[in-house]
Design a binder for this molecule. Structure first.
Ligand SMILES: CC(C)(COP(=O)(O)OP(=O)(O)OC[C@H]1O[C@@H](n2cnc3c(N)ncnc32)[C@H](O)[C@@H]1OP(=O)(O)O)[C@@H](O)C(=O)NCCC(=O)NCCS
Length: 348
């Protein structure tokens, strides 16, 4: 790593614009595949980060939902790593973004930053860490493998562009109902139980389903609609019950600005996937067609064959295959120490 390069913490709400510029330069391939314009992200991200800062005055644990370190070099942000604790409690953490500006790549910046990140995770009591990397991203894959990360899950990011789906309108689904945001929050226990049933056991080992992922404090419930407005989107949700039991949830995030993609989140009990995948995907597409957008995105686990088939049938294309990798924090720190001897010129 060059002299005069400085590592410092990411400043939430202040560094957003520069971070978005860096990410736009580093993640060109991801943005291209998703059809998104990264320049539009910075205002939305800054608003969201300011909201996190504000809410974390009342709920300090929320501050750990977005941490980061950056390298500054030649007065520019040269590299960034953003990371977060999974949920409000627990010892599992996620790395959300690792990016080095093309002008500064291959100088050891990402590795150095990851060293700082793992130290910070350990200081916060973290024991394990996960991230996802595009299967064909050889540079990043090599970096993570060198730190001891191993593959534990595969998911597919699917995208549909344009209007009506190939196959007609949604068929009737017994037990389907639309619910508002308040009812959605109130259902957290049942949604948690469904998530445990739908998540493969090999994923649960690395990313346990946590109560805090579903149970929301009153403050977050109150601020939810406001946050949505800031983000220029609208969430809508449906559930399916069979014999009184929650067997599927469908949530859409419609983009109201016309500049971004819509998003579908679908969770179906494995026993009901073959029956419900098709009509729920159709329903989500029909609903989202009301809003202009750049397309619709959904991420699906590699084991969810019925859902993947239903999406392909409705015109979705597989744009990225993601590999989910995990590592123990101690192991990553150990691996990084081995590399450290040649990287001690940095001003911190
Ligand atoms: C992946 C990325 C973050 C690496 O950043 P970097 O600062 O250049 O990485 P470093 O210089 O610290 O390299 C660390 C290791 O990564 C691997 N690596 C990095 N770039 C590589 C390349 N172009 N080809 C092969 N391996 C590469 C090497 O193992 C390297 O160690 P080595 O130099 O001792 O061989 C950077 O290429 C990037 O920003 N890519 C675009 C965004 C992205 O894909 N991010 C990852 C998302 S999961």
């Amino acid at each position: 790593m060059d002299r005069l390069a400085t590592i410092r913490p990411y400043r939430l709400g202040h560094d957003t614009e520069e971070a978005c510029r860096l990410e736009a330069a580093a993640f060109t391939e991801d943005y291209r595949r998703m059809g998104e314009d990264p320049r539009l992200e910075s205002k939305r991200e800054r608003n969201m980060e300011r909201l996190i800062v504000w809410i974390s005055r009342a709920i300090p644990a929320l501050r750990l939902s977005r941490l980061g370190y950056v390298v500054e070099q030649d007065r520019r942000m040269a590299s960034i790593v953003l990371f977060a604790r999974d949920g409000l409690k627990g010892t599992c953490w996620s790395i959300d973004a690792v990016g080095t500006h093309p002008d500064f790549q291959r100088r050891g910046l990402a590795k150095r930053l990851l060293g700082r990140v793992f130290e910070s995770i350990r200081e916060h009591g973290g024991e394990s860490c996960t991230l996802k990397v595009r299967r064909d991203n050889a540079a990043a894959y090599r970096l993570y493998q060198a730190l001891g990360f191993t593959h534990f899950h595969t998911s597919h990011q699917m995208r549909r562009v344009g209007g009506s789906t190939k196959k007609g309108r949604a068929s009737h689904v017994d037990g389907l109902g639309s619910i508002d945001q308040g009812a959605w929050y109130a259902l957290w226990r049942e949604r948690l139980a469904l998530s445990v049933r739908t998540t493969p056991s090999h994923v649960l080992e690395y990313k346990p389903v946590a109560e805090s992922d579903f149970r929301r404090s009153w403050l977050i419930r109150v601020l939810g609609p406001w946050a949505m407005k800031l983000g220029g989107c609208r969430f809508s949700q449906w559930i399916v019950r069979k014999e009184g039991r929650l067997v599927a949830t469908l949530r859409t995030r419609a983009d109201l600005t016309g500049n971004r993609s819509h998003e579908i989140r679908l969770s179906i009990d494995p026993d009901w996937r073959s029956e419900l995948a098709d009509p729920l995907v159709q329903m989500a597409c029909d609903y989202l067609e009301k809003f202009a957008s750049k397309g619709t995105l959904i991420e699906v686990g590699g084991q969810e064959t019925a859902l993947l088939n239903a999406l392909t049938d409705k015109g979705f294309e597989d744009i990225s295959v993601w590999h989910w990798l995990g590592v123990s924090v101690d192991q990553a720190i150990e691996a990084l120490r081995e590399h450290e001897s040649g990287l001690d010129n940095v001003t911190v």
